[in-house]
Design a protein around this ligand. Structure first.
Ligand SMILES: *Cc1c(COP(=O)(O)O)cnc(C)c1O
Length: 415
């Protein structure tokens, strides 16, 4: 008789070892060990990423897709290899559906500006109440230009989008829906698979702002079946000024180029210019070559840690911090969805978030204060802003204890 014994290998993360990969984490700030809880704004960079930037400039720096000389070919190969790596990471069908951008903002503007040639007056664009300003303003500008109408999916008190209301907003008029995968201000994980299906059911395209999702999970764009998925490199241990716009081939062929210039053309005469094939049609000018290559290095680094491990560590940090913070009297957490990532937005009754941020900074603790580029969310809760602590896999419970102590001190000083 055989017994099938299943052994679960949950590799425990060696956080001390991981922290040693990030030189900035051993710094002191204001004479205190740095506690970096502003990962929602940007992540820190491991040494392997920092080194890869110098290595590029030391060894293969050259312009890409142009020269026949050896360095140009090496740089081109490395850049295109990174594109392939990112294609695999997000499971895009073709590498030419993966466009390098300067970040999420650039990706959204590229798509929104392309839709100017598609929308007619009276068409509708659906955004959500949970969006970052960079996923609101480009669509407002598009609506102003085209006479299309902006519709907003409302949210409930937990900071979750209301799906009944979403269903009712959709109609034949809807041409594009744009929503974040995860909210930067509240951490809510939106039911995007459902939302994508619903958008397609009325014939609308859908863009997913994945800026806050990719640090925590590996999106599968084919499984999601989204038309566009955008994110920034700097929130996933990569360099600033890097990002990705995934677009379905059929959509990228339909949209006009965003910028004109070198690299994006097939043939130029003063009478007429023909555009290059994908992905080059959308990559005018010399790109951030080192950044694009090193974004691949950052993704390799995250995969070497493993997204299961990242999620496990962040979940524990979120639970621990939520419990500890709620022990503070008068502290209220905004964004209480069951489905949320390691972001805690909070306020203490009668105290301005900015004052808390200032005081805890003196104790070496970096949290974000303010409206988090999401003023409509703050308006919904009738608050000027929040204190936001956002955790990454390299953070620890000891750091959370330090933050909680600092917040308690701030409360005593301010009340
Ligand atoms: C950070 C962020 C953006 C903007 O990203 P940039 O890197 O500044 O272009 C957009 N949406 C969300 C949800 C974000 O968190």
């Amino acid at each position: 008789m055989y017994f099938c014994v299943q052994i679960f290998h949950t590799k425990m993360l060696d956080i001390t070892k991981i922290r040693a990969d990030f030189p900035i984490l051993s710094q002191k700030v204001n004479g205190k060990p740095l506690v970096y809880f502003d990962n929602g704004a940007t992540s820190q960079k491991p040494q392997i990423v920092i080194d890869a930037i110098s290595k590029y400039y030391q060894e293969i720096n050259a312009n890409i897709h142009r020269g026949v000389h050896t360095l140009s070919q090496l740089a081109t190969d490395a850049y295109e290899a990174s594109r392939k790596k990112i294609q695999n990471h997000i499971n895009a069908e073709f590498s030419h559906e993966v466009l390098f951008t300067s970040g999420t903002t650039h990706g959204i503007n590229l798509v929104a500006s392309g839709f100017a040639s598609i929308l007619k007056p009276g068409d509708e664009v659906v955004v959500s109440a949970l969006e970052h300003h960079s996923n609101i303003v480009p669509w407002q500008m598009l609506c102003e230009k085209t006479g299309a109408i902006l519709k907003v999916i409302p949210m409930n008190e937990k900071g979750e989008l209301i799906m009944d209301a979403y269903d009712k907003l959709l109609s034949d008029q809807t041409k594009i829906v744009t929503v974040n995968h995860i909210s930067n201000a509240l951490g809510t994980i939106n039911p995007i698979k459902y939302m994508i299906e619903k958008a397609h059911a009325v014939g609308a395209a859908i863009l997913i702002d994945g800026a806050q999702a990719v640090p925590h999970l590996k999106p599968d764009v084919q499984d999601l079946d989204c038309d566009f998925y955008v994110f920034s490199g700097h929130k996933i241990c990569g360099p600033t000024g890097t990002g990705i716009l995934y677009g379905k081939e059929s959509w990228l062929n339909k949209l006009p180029p965003y910028q004109g210039g070198g690299e994006m053309i097939k043939e130029v005469t003063f009478e007429k210019t023909t555009y290059a094939d994908l992905p080059h049609k959308f990559e005018a000018g010399t790109p951030n070559i080192a950044g694009g290559i090193v974004l691949g290095t950052a993704i390799d680094y995250l995969n070497s840690i493993g997204f299961d491990n990242i999620q496990q560590q962040e979940k524990e940090l979120l639970q621990y911090a939520t419990e500890k913070l709620l022990e503070i009297e008068g502290l209220k957490i905004f964004g209480t969805s069951e489905q949320k990532t390691s972001v805690i937005s909070f306020n203490i009754e009668g105290i301005h978030p900015y004052d808390i941020g200032m005081i805890v900074d003196k104790m070496g603790i970096a949290v974000r204060t303010g409206h988090h580029c999401a003023q409509p969310i703050m308006a919904h809760f009738c608050i000027p802003g929040t204190v936001r602590a956002s955790f990454a896999f390299y953070n620890t419970k000891e750091e959370i204890d330090l933050m909680v102590e600092a917040v308690k001190k701030a409360k005593t000083m301010l009340s």
